[in-house]
Design a protein around this ligand. Structure first.
Ligand code: HEC
Length: 157
């Protein structure tokens, strides 16, 4: 009898836990508050880290650049735009506010030490504008930025 009671109790616990889980799933997206840093971090983990690595260090083998000096792009003309116009960001499936949140999070954490003091965070409106003009040739655009950096003594990895 004791055993039966225990099993019944466990089943009850399970169904309560399940019902709670289901309740959470139906909460509409719009009801969640504007992306705090923890959710920007989850966006990074879910949508970016698969290629870029959890620490943003990228992969030489997969030709995925290191993100830890990303802030150096912000010192170059067109660099701020480039960081948003790359295909991984453009095609991430994230909305404009989420792209702004994850990019701002990256620059405030992973790439923190490379970001110039006068940098202003991205806004959703800026992302909307940049999305309207994607890069035609990513490699060429990056190469031009690397060259611009070399002339100014700014290293782009
Ligand atoms: C499918 C793999 C993949 C995913 C997913 C991905 N990226 Fe990338 N990312 C790349 C590759 C490869 C490059 C190198 C340039 C290129 O070929 O697009 C790159 C370049 C970049 C760059 C430019 C850095 C540089 O040094 O040139 C930024 C910024 C960036 N990604 C941000 C993101 C963000 C933010 C996300 C998530 C929303 C993301 N990426 C998701 C593969 C990916």
């Amino acid at each position: 009898m004791k055993l039966l009671c225990a099993i019944f109790f466990l089943l009850l616990l399970c169904s309560v836990a399940k019902a709670e889980g289901m309740g959470r799933q139906v909460v509409p997206q719009a009801a969640t508050p504007a992306a705090p840093s923890s959710s920007a971090r989850s966006l990074f983990v879910l949508r970016c880290a698969g290629c870029h690595g959890m620490d943003g260090s990228g992969s030489k083998l997969g030709l995925v650049p290191d993100m830890r000096r990303l802030g150096n792009f912000l010192r170059l003309e067109g660099g701020r735009e480039f960081l948003i116009q790359v295909p991984g960001v453009m095609g991430s499936g994230l909305d404009d506010a989420q792209v702004a949140a994850v990019s701002n999070w990256l620059l405030a954490t992973v790439a923190k030490d490379s970001v110039p003091a006068e940098h202003k965070p991205y806004t959703a409106e800026e992302i909307t504008r940049l999305r309207a003009k994607p890069l035609v040739d990513v490699a060429a655009a990056r190469q031009a930025l690397v060259a611009q950096g070399q002339a100014l003594g700014i290293t782009i990895d």
